[in-house]
Structures are given as C-alpha cells and as structure tokens.
Design a protein around this ligand. Structure first.
Ligand code: XLS
Ligand code: NI
Ligand code: NI
Length: 436
C-alpha cells in the first residue's frame, strides 16, 4: 500500500484530454527553441507547503488530511514522509524539489540533536533521490519559525542568535552539498524590522552582509559550487524586509560586494506585495544579469498577503516565460512551486490537481512565449521604437562619443527634437491576445 496507490504516473495526453490527472500541455520531451520542455521549465516541488503545511490559517486549525503522517515530530515519521514525498514527485514527473532544513527533519532540543535528526533524514532523501532520479533544486535553512529568531537571524540584536543562525546555515549547506543540490536560497523572513525606533538599521544591514560573505566562504571551503539565491519579499512576517524587491536586493548585493555570488529567486506573490508585477521583477533581475530562479505561485489581488496560490493564469505564465526566454533561461534555477493548496482543498489528491495545473499553465506560457519570439512581431515593434538609437546620433551617444556641450550644439542647430511616434500600447496588447 502506497500513499497514492490510486494515482499512476501522470501522462501527457494532449489538449483534448478530459482526464484531470493528465497533462494537456506539459510534454517533457517536446522540443521548444532547441531544448526540451523539461529542461526549459525545470519544475520543482516544495517540501514545506506540499508535505508540511497543515493548511491552518490565523482563524482556524489545519484541515489537511495526510493519512501517511502520524502528526508526531519524530525522526521516524520524518523518514517515512520522505518516501511519500518522493512517490508524489516521481508520479508527478517533476525533476526537482526544494526544502528548508526544518521541513524535512524535526528540530531537536539542542543544535547537536537537530543536526543528528537532519542527517538521519538526509540519508533517506539521498536514497530516494538515487531511486527516482529526482534532484535537489535548492536547499535553505528555516531562520524564521523558531522563537529564537523573533528579532531576526543574521540581523538579530542578539549576537548569539546570529551565531546560531550561522551554525544552522553551515549545516544546511553541508547537507545541500551532500545531496548534490544545485543551489542554495536565502529568504530573509525576519531580516527586517517591526519598529524603527528600536532598530539600528545600518548595523543590521552590515551584519547581513557579513553573514552572506561567511556563507560564500564556507561554500568555497567545502567545494559547494551551487548557485546562491536571495529571494526578495517586502513584508510579512516583518513590517519591512531588507530584501524588499529585486532592485533593493541588487543594491544590497552591490553595496556589500556580493553581486558575483548571488542571483535572485523571484516569487510572483512577493512581487505583488511589493507593489510590482512579476514581469517587472523579472525584467529588473534579468537586465542586471541576476535572474536566477523563480518561486512560481500567485497572489489574490483582493488580499494583501502571501496567499501562495498555484499559478493558473496563462497571461501571467506567458509574461514569465517571455522574460525568462529573453534572458536566456533559468538553469541552474527552475520553476519552483512555492505554492499551497487552499485550506478547503484538504485531500491528498488535491496536491496532484494543483501541481498539474501549475505545470500545464507554465507549459502553455512557454509555448506561447516561444511562438511570439519565433514570429518576432513584438520584438520588431520594440526594435522600431528604439530605432533612433541604432545609428547616427543615438548610436554615437550610446558609444560615449557625446557630452552635454556637443549635444547642445546638435540641438541648437536642429532647433527642436524630431517628432515622436506612438507607443502603440493597445495595438500591442491586442497582438499578445492573438497568441493566447
Ligand atoms: C516565504 C518564502 C519562502 C522561501 C523559502 O514567503 O517564499 O517560502 O521561498 O524560505
Ligand atoms: Ni518563496
Ligand atoms: Ni512566499
């Protein structure tokens, strides 16, 4: 008896299929722009929401039915859960997964005990990775749930909390490395403030910079060459998080000389909370050469918190995949479903429906974006819009051949700038709809 004995491996059945346990668009082997869908999308299942989230909310208890889980914090339960997780991931056909240290193994009474628990579970993770071929997209440490992190981890006013967090990340890096993880993520859940009156902002940022340098140094020491990511989010649980948005993260990384070692892991719902679109965040990261990976989910425009819903909006996934293709793809990052089923979707089978829907939505986004690029109509409108920069005066400015004085000379001679052309926004929006 397995946890999902009623589900077989999910198959691609094509757009006409009415089987809700099939892919209608995600066809792993299908080639797009010379690469398989599997390699473009690099789907990843998150351990925390999919296998640990009880589906509680601030007003009510967890509703999730997970018959394989005895609800205890024992190592044995954690090890059994790994088998179930890999059965799910394998049947879904996702090539990757991601975890926090405390998702996979219970925290013990001491650091030493926690490390032992982690090792005991990591052994099963390794066995299951080898059995199934599923790989670790990235690992991370949970530096926000335990009460010791109430004031932050790397930005805590308590130096011993900083030290504890350092030890925790050291161990998480070792385990990630041991499991062949392709990346390691920092999301600063409590690295921020609730109140500025009691906060030495400059000192906290310095400490965060120092912390990340220690991580980079330690990775080098143990030979971990995976990609480091920082994941922007503006708030929740703090009033303000230092990793607010892509631009703030890039500025932080530049200020602390970390830009060579980090890329960004962009999450849709975090973009929304920052008052941005996902497309904006992807463009900011991509144009800085720092687009690393995405946490694929979506928020609810009418709710002001991180609802982490599964992405099903084709317009959104098309925007994501268009930017991702324009910036050369995600590898070694991936499309990581940092998403949870709704509290009302409490049955195990809902985990399949949710992931299938997200994967199909991204597969469609990929196909549509690739078709847009192949036709090149959008690109030629954009190229045409900037044509004044491609030769003559614009090209001279771009290559640094002008100054304010020389430009004044040109404009005194011309008297007025040449006429502007329409931005054609509505025509372009209509064009996009032609592909959907
Ligand atoms: C929370 C974050 C978190 C990170 C990993 O909002 O999205 O889940 O992805 O720590
Ligand atoms: Ni996330
Ligand atoms: Ni999130």
């Amino acid at each position: 008896m397995t946890a999902f004995s009623e589900v077989d491996r999910i198959q691609f059945e094509g757009p006409d299929s009415t089987n809700p346990l099939s892919f209608r668009h995600y066809n792993a082997e299908e080639m797009i722009e010379g690469k398989s869908m599997r390699d473009h999308l690099r789907f990843s299942v998150v351990y925390w929401h999919t296998f640990r989230n009880p589906l509680s909310d601030p007003f009510g208890v967890g509703t999730a039915l997970r018959p394989w889980d005895d609800g205890s914090e024992s190592v044995e339960n954690a090890r059994n859960r790994v088998r179930v997780a890999f059965e799910f991931i394998e049947k879904l056909g996702a090539p990757y997964y991601a975890f926090h240290d405390r998702d996979v193994a219970p925290e013990g009474a001491t650091l030493d005990q926690s490390n032992k628990n982690f090792d005991a579970v990591a052994k099963v993770l390794k066995e299951e990775q080898e059995r199934t071929g599923v790989r670790l997209l990235w690992g991370t440490a949970n530096l926000f749930s335990n009460a010791r992190y109430m004031h932050g981890a790397a930005t805590s006013p308590n130096a011993e909390v900083f030290a504890f967090a350092a030890a925790q990340v050291k161990k998480a890096l070792e385990v990630t490395h041991e499991l062949g993880g392709e990346g390691y993520t920092f999301w600063g859940g409590r690295e921020g403030y609730q109140c500025l009156w009691n906060t030495d902002l400059k000192r906290e940022l310095d400490h965060l910079g120092r912390f990340l340098h220690m991580a980079v140094d330690y990775a080098k020491e143990i030979g971990f060459t995976g990609q480091f990511y920082i994941e922007p989010k503006p708030k929740e649980p703090t009033k303000h998080q230092y990793d607010s948005d892509a631009a703030a993260c890039l500025n932080f990384l530049r200020q602390y000389d970390l830009l060579d070692h980090f890329k960004l892991n962009i999450e849709t719902n975090h973009a929304t909370l920052a008052g941005h679109t996902m497309q904006h965040e992807l463009e900011v990261a991509g144009s800085a050469g720092a687009l690393g990976s995405i946490d694929a989910n979506t928020g609810d425009m009418l709710l002001g918190w991180d609802t982490d819903q599964f992405p099903t909006d084709i317009y959104l996934t098309t925007q994501c995949m268009y930017s991702i293709l324009q910036y050369g793809g995600l590898a070694p990052g991936g499309v990581n479903f940092d998403a949870k089923v709704r509290r009302e979707s409490f049955e195990p089978i809902d985990l399949f429906y949710a992931h299938i829907g997200g994967m199909d939505a991204f597969a469609r986004g990929l196909k549509i974006a690739a078709a847009m690029r192949a036709e090149g109509r959008l690109q030629s409108i954009v190229d045409e819009r900037y044509v004044s920069w491609s030769s003559g005066l614009g090209a001279e400015i771009e290559s640094g051949d002008h100054s304010f004085a020389s430009l004044e000379t040109v404009m005194l001679k011309n008297g007025e700038a040449s006429a502007n052309k329409s931005g054609r926004q509505e025509m372009i929006e209509n064009l996009i709809n032609e592909y959907l």
